[in-house]
Write a protein that binds this ligand. Sequence first.
Ligand code: NAD
Ligand code: TYD
Length: 347
Amino acid sequence: MIVLVTGGAGFIGSNFLLSSVPSYPQHSFVNVDKLTYAANLGNLRALDGAANYAFERADIAEQGAIPGIFEKYRPELVVHFAAESHVDRSIHGPREFIRTNVEGTFNLLEACRTLWPRGSGLFHHVSTDEVYGSCDDGGVFTEESPYRPSNPYAASKAASDHLVRAYGRTYELPFKISNCSNNYGPHQFPEKLIPLMISNALERQPLPVYGRGTNVRDWLYVTDHCRAIWSVITRGRPFETYNVGGGCELRNIDLVEQLCRMLAAETGTAPEQLLELIQFVEDRPGHDQRYALDASKLERECGFSPSESFESGLRKTVRWYLNHPEWLASVRTGEYRRWLDQNYAGR
Ligand code: NAD
Ligand code: TYD
């Protein structure tokens, strides 16, 4: 089978390709990525020379760029990771989110519709639990919960989910959607909570916790998410949606304190030296209080449950960042630095 992966040089996409390309030598993988600030081709060095792997640099939002790639490779499965993915960036500059997440998804769906006869092929859309908005009543979101996105990122992903379902219903284009909770692990760009805190703590920079740190997120180790996607592709029903959760809800402040203690233990530092770097800063506008998912459909129908505990996943993550200082140094320069300076001055 020919598998076209979008956004394969980013955080989750690179972890997906690194595990999939060697594990499925019978499949050929083509990675289509624009290489934005969030991408790093160095993530994929282990795949250099693999006979079943190819890379195409392209912008999915550029209408003319995609049909030729579909013609060239004629994929039977598309796994769509490519997106602008950071909520804070979407608040400062939403346009790119609409472009990539909505128009880009639309261009891919059009390419699939052109290439595939009705009812054939599979479009796996990688989405987020943020489409449901904040889960404030102590319950959990199911696949039937209404969409109530709170920020431009979440709204752009919600729009893309709707487009995918509409193509399924109108054109009988087979799709599956997975809506996943917060991921963490190797190769995550240090703008998201966990790698930002690791990176800042190692530089003895302040650890900015929004508001009072009481917001709750559900955490899943990235390779568990990748396994979940394969379980949906191979065992899930077409035209269906599956929530993917970690069953691990944590308040941000508790997570940051646990991370400081783990980093301190791993580096032989007194925990207080890192804990005292925590600073409560101005809250994110429209900040969702809590994300929580019911992932029982995925377990029931696809047999998936996470294999990493938060403790084991966080330890792997911390050790990966400690063992790859050159990766952190390279991504914390250039564009990212300028953006940080523009948007986070004084924090
Ligand atoms: P990321 O920001 O680390 O990587 C995104 C990748 O997409 C990068 O390689 C980037 O170059 C590429 N890309 C961006 N715009 C593009 C364009 N116009 N054309 C082609 N490529 C483009 O993101 P991630 O954290 O790996 O997230 C991957 C997917 O998973 C996204 O769709 C995101 O919404 C979803 N998701 C992420 C999380 C999470 O916690 N990170 C949780 C649930 C769902
Ligand atoms: P983030 O990693 O940006 O993911 P998301 O917004 O998709 O959940 O943020 C996770 C949580 O951490 C969220 O509640 C916002 C909070 N946060 C901070 O408190 N400080 C920070 O510097 C960042 C980036 C996030």
